[in-house]
Write a protein that binds this ligand. Structure first.
Ligand code: ADP
Length: 467
């Protein structure tokens, strides 16, 4: 509605400006044309009068001149006070008022006067007749000019509204075309709002705005496309996160509920209580790990988690992480082969870095079959510490790789694995790596194994902890 009124206002303004311009142009053309026609008539009067003035001045008999009875040509000879001396017959039949006579020098006077048969154009020429100042008045009707001008006016009266209508049509089309991306934008924004308000009802895949023009509107459309894409992506991620989180929490809660209900249903032997409590303890650990992970990530999102900037040796932190992981690996018959080069001093948060390395070690154990080998490599490359975790596990299909760092995302293949983690390991690992100015790379082949590489710059001090 608002778009329509803007369109109407723009169109009205456009029509008014163009209409005003057209009107002034036509008015100027008309006045130039009318002036030109009158000048032409004046020239014709002068051309007709000149030989008569010459004849009279050369003492030609006045009668010869005034007996000339030319149609539409009126002649009169006046003395300097304006008294008529002689006149053509048609002047006598249709008297014409000459008006006042006031010449500047010998310059002739032109004026338009009213005759019995309509308006006349008159030229008054002062000259000497036998040393006596006289005036020759010659007049002709302006009828022809008036007819031509009247026709011209009629044409303009038709042309003006026609051009206004055409201008209106063109401006409606042009303004509508120019504003269509804005209307489209409004429609997109409304659709997105509806999609967010009623997620189940409307498809979140809003089509892209179409404006390929390289102008400001094209730029606006491109910016909004990006904005819409981001809003939709964030919204979908949020939705996915909520669904995944509730799913993750529901499973251990269901186990807890089932176990406790079973335990309370009747009296049990002490060993049974002990066994069930162990299960409950395990599930509670799992739950608290998820909740802790979520808390860490939410603090990171809010920029409220800070990492220490202590002096440390990357090789030592990595060695400690391996030591922690060894019992877990051994329980599956997996060996951890460490190839840690010389000492690599750096700055960072020892505790966070240990957690970071443990994520990869635990994943490598979780997603590898028993009796395989995990290789841990540490090297210094271009001022960075490069830590590589290579396993002989199940690997990850290429379509899942871009998502494994998302919260609670699971590659389908890993569903079959019994020992599943909280689903936040890699998300937390990435947050820790980012906070240390580093990054993580993943190279994997389904069925063959994975290599996760953590690259940590050795010079950079840790920044605010961001997920
Ligand atoms: P989880 O707790 O499920 O392990 P993570 O964030 O640590 O959550 O990992 C996300 C997903 O990435 C895992 O569910 C698994 O599908 C995949 N993944 C991670 N590490 C490996 C690995 N070494 N081998 C195979 N798949 C892995």
């Amino acid at each position: 509605m608002r778009g329509r009124s803007l369109r109407f206002r723009m169109m009205l303004l456009f029509c008014m400006v163009v209409g005003g311009l057209l009107f002034s142009t036509y008015a100027i053309i008309y006045s130039i044309f009318a002036r030109e026609l009158r000048a032409q008539l004046d020239r014709e009067l002068s051309e007709a009068a000149m030989p008569m003035v010459a004849d009279l001045a050369a003492n030609a008999p006045e009668e010869d001149v005034f007996q000339l009875d030319l149609p539409d040509q009126y002649l009169e000879l006046l003395d300097s006070s304006g008294q008529p001396l002689n006149m053509s017959r048609n002047w006598r039949e249709h008297p014409i008022d000459v008006g006042s006579l006031s010449f500047s020098g010998n310059e002739p006077l032109f004026r338009t006067v009213k005759g019995d048969r309509g308006p006349l154009r008159m030229e008054l020429i002062p000259f000497q007749l036998v040393k006596r100042p006289v005036v020759l008045a010659i007049a002709g009707p302006t009828r022809d000019i008036d007819i031509v001008l009247q026709h011209f006016r009629q044409v303009l009266m038709i042309l003006l509204p026609v051009s206004l209508v055409l201008t209106g049509a063109i401006s409606t089309w042009y303004v509508g075309r120019s504003l269509s991306p804005i209307a489209e934008l409004t429609e997109h924004a409304a659709r997105l709002t509806r999609a967010i308000a009623e997620p189940g009802q409307i498809d979140m895949k809003t089509p892209r705005l179409v404006s390929n023009s390289p102008d400001e509107l094209g730029g606006l459309a491109a910016t909004f496309n990006e904005l819409f894409a981001r809003v939709i992506a964030v919204f979908q991620q949020l939705r996915q996160f909520v669904s995944n989180a509730s799913h993750e929490l529901r499973t251990p809660l269901a186990v807890l509920q089932g176990e406790t209900e079973l335990l309370l249903s009747e009296r049990r032997a002490p060993e049974e209580y002990e066994k069930t409590l162990e299960v409950i303890h395990g599930e509670l650990r799992h739950l608290s790990r998820i909740v802790e992970g979520l808390f860490t990530l939410s603090m990171a999102d809010a920029g409220q988690l800070r990492v220490a900037n202590d002096d440390l040796y990357v090789n030592e932190v990595l060695e400690e992480a391996c030591e922690i992981a060894v019992p877990l690996a051994r329980s599956k018959g997996i060996s951890i082969e460490q190839n840690l080069q010389s000492e690599i001093p750096s700055k960072g948060d020892e505790s966070f870095l240990r957690d970071l390395f443990l994520v990869f070690l635990e994943n490598a154990v979780k997603y590898s079959p028993p009796n395989t080998r995990i290789k841990v490599n540490l090297s210094r490359v271009n001022g960075s510490a490069r830590v590589q975790f290579q396993d002989q596990g199940i690997g990850i299909s290429p379509e899942h790789v871009p998502h494994i760092f998302e919260r609670f995302y699971r590659a389908t293949g890993s569903d079959s694995v019994e020992a599943r983690g909280g689903g936040l390991g890699l998300a937390i690992a990435q947050a820790i790596a980012n906070a240390h100015g580093g990054r993580i790379e993943c190279d994997t082949l389904p069925g063959r194994g994975s290599i996760f590489t953590v690259i940590l710059p050795l010079t950079g001090a840790p920044t605010a902890f961001h997920a």
